[in-house]
Design a protein around this ligand. Structure first.
Ligand SMILES: Nc1ncnc2c1ncn2[C@@H]1O[C@H](COP(=O)(O)OP(=O)(O)OP(=O)(O)O)[C@@H](O)[C@H]1O
Length: 249
């Protein structure tokens, strides 16, 4: 479970997160929907420990991110908005490096590498250096890096951006399988069809707060809309914006 409790964040004079509270449960896919600049990436970066909140707490699997960032990283897989591939390394070398940094050795290391190579269809790329990889190839390697230590929690920032149909489909299939295995998945997206297909729960963010939360169907009912895009527009750009999710997770 990922628990975000009353986090706030300023950049200079700009307040980007305002007393933000929500949770993402194990065995569920939770989507963060919000306009450009709503604060999704800032929020995800705080959860992963890349950015510090001004106030509030984040717990991943009950561990406080600010107090024990390394312990949290062991439980967390992250596919970020900036791909950090090491272009001189082959896929195998790159994933081995990250798996070792997560403490995997010997048979466990070998098994984990075999698993991600098969699950993400990396066979043809395995011994290639990542320099010049296409967007879809880079995503597959990033996702493999995020999953190689079998984390209980997975965070993805706009994961299907720039992917072709087959790569996006592989990603969606992988997320649904992980969800069914009990992983807590939190992802941001602007693609309504993808959010509708994948999400058990949607958090609509506007101006650094959650202004709507629930299953896609429930959000549509709440907004009196028959599609998610209209419901999102109504909730995110409606005149009355109140934080609706204030309960401790
Ligand atoms: N390091 C930073 N320094 C200054 N301002 C920042 C920084 N990071 C984010 N911001 C600002 O905070 C606001 C929220 O940005 P953030 O990237 O969290 O939004 P987002 O919801 O992910 O947007 P998008 O959908 O466009 O990716 C934006 O106005 C952005 O310019």
């Amino acid at each position: 479970m990922i628990e975000v409790q009353s986090i706030s964040k300023h950049f200079g004079a700009q307040q980007v997160l305002r007393d933000l509270t929500f949770h993402a449960a194990d065995g569920q896919i939770t989507a963060l929907l919000g306009a450009n600049g709503a604060g999704k990436t800032s929020c995800l970066r705080i959860i992963t420990g890349l950015l510090r909140a001004d106030s509030g707490t984040v717990r991943v699997g009950k561990i406080d991110v600010a107090a024990q960032p390394l312990a949290v990283r062991r439980q967390l897989g992250v596919v970020g908005d900036r791909e950090g591939l090491y272009e001189r390394l082959t896929v195998k070398e790159y994933l081995t490096l990250f798996a070792r940094m997560q403490g995997l050795t010997g048979e466990r290391l070998r098994q984990s590498l075999d698993e991600v190579r098969g699950a993400l269809e990396l066979e043809d790329l395995w011994l290639r250096r990542t320099r010049g990889f296409s967007q879809g190839e880079r995503m597959k390697v990033s996702l493999a890096r995020a999953l190689v230590h079998r984390p209980q929690h997975l965070i993805l920032d706009e994961p299907t951006r720039g992917l072709d149909v087959l790569a996006a489909r592989l990603l969606r299939r992988t997320l649904l399988r992980l969800r069914n295995e009990g992983t807590a998945i939190l992802f941001s997206s602007h693609v309504m069809s993808e959010v509708l297909e994948l999400s058990d729960r949607v958090l609509v963010m506007a101006e650094g707060r959650v202004v709507g939360a629930g299953g896609p169907q429930a959000l549509m009912r709440e907004a009196h809309c028959d599609n998610l895009e209209d419901a999102f527009v109504s909730l995110a750009y409606g005149s009355q914006r109140e934080q609706v999710e204030g309960e401790p997770a």
